[in-house]
Design a protein around this ligand. Structure first.
Ligand SMILES: Nc1nc2c(ncn2[C@@H]2O[C@H](COP(=O)(O)OP(=O)(O)O)[C@@H](O)[C@H]2O)c(=O)[nH]1
Ligand SMILES: [Mg+2]
Length: 216
């Protein structure tokens, strides 16, 4: 029996589209951040406030992923940014093919930074590459400080973590130092931003990080 050595990795269809998206972003010199969290942690609220705070400094576009509805894309447009909504019809994460078609619908040349708001889920989207520049995780304090330890995949892969809803810290038992320590055990290089999309607390540091990232 002959054994054939295959030196080249066979890519899945998703990986092929992810590679195409990555190439497209590199060619157009655009940054793309894939935002991942549980439903309701505040991704859209964070994006809306980020768009408002960076108006005139960074031109932001958003690809919105949800199982159903155009609600989040409308919230982003109301904040003053271009948004394309993808409905996954039940799928628990966005695919690179969906992002590929959404990128064609955004006015990419007029943008500095593209956010992808993935389907609300801490698990499936973490391992599905979309060709993004980096992943950004969001954890909100009512979810509990044990989530990095219980759902390590996204916290290990993200370039930044927003700990959102810090305005609610007094009302819930969330030990922010424990959460930070658990995240740092998984990922020493991650940037952690405690924020409140409601009050704007912590947005100075987060927006400065985005300005640095985009070279603005
Ligand atoms: N108290 C508080 N509520 C927030 C904050 N950010 C978002 N919310 C609320 O949390 C809910 C879910 O927010 P949303 O942006 O839709 O979360 P997403 O599902 O991750 O996009 C909404 O009712 C928001 O008003 C925050 O920083 N503090
Ligand atoms: Mg949302």
């Amino acid at each position: 029996m002959y054994k054939v050595k295959v030196g080249k990795k066979i890519l899945s269809a998703n990986e092929e589209y992810a590679a195409l998206n990555s190439q497209f972003l590199t060619e157009h010199k655009k940054l793309c951040l894939n935002m991942i969290s549980s439903p309701g942690s505040g991704k859209t609220a964070i994006l809306a406030r980020t768009i408002t705070e960076l108006k005139g400094k960074i031109r932001i576009g958003v690809i919105e992923g949800d199982i159903q509805t155009e609600i989040d894309a409308e919230r982003i447009r109301a904040a003053g940014a271009a948004a394309v909504q993808i409905n996954t019809d039940g799928a628990c994460h966005l695919s690179a093919l969906q992002v590929n078609s959404a990128l064609k619908k955004l006015p990419v040349e007029e943008l500095d930074l593209i956010f992808i708001e993935n389907v609300g889920n801490l698990v499936c989207p973490s391992t599905f590459e979309l060709g993004e520049t980096a992943k950004v995780a969001v954890l909100s304090v009512p979810e509990g400080d044990d989530k990095p330890a219980k759902y390590p995949a996204i916290f290990a892969r993200a370039k930044a973590l927003l700990i959102n809803k810090v305005d609610l810290l007094e009302a819930v038992d969330f030990d922010i130092e424990r959460a930070k320590a658990d995240v740092m055990k998984l990922n020493r290089d991650i940037k952690i931003f405690p924020v409140s999309a409601k009050t704007g607390q912590g947005f100075g540091d987060w927006c400065n990080w985005l300005l640095e990232l985009t070279g603005k």
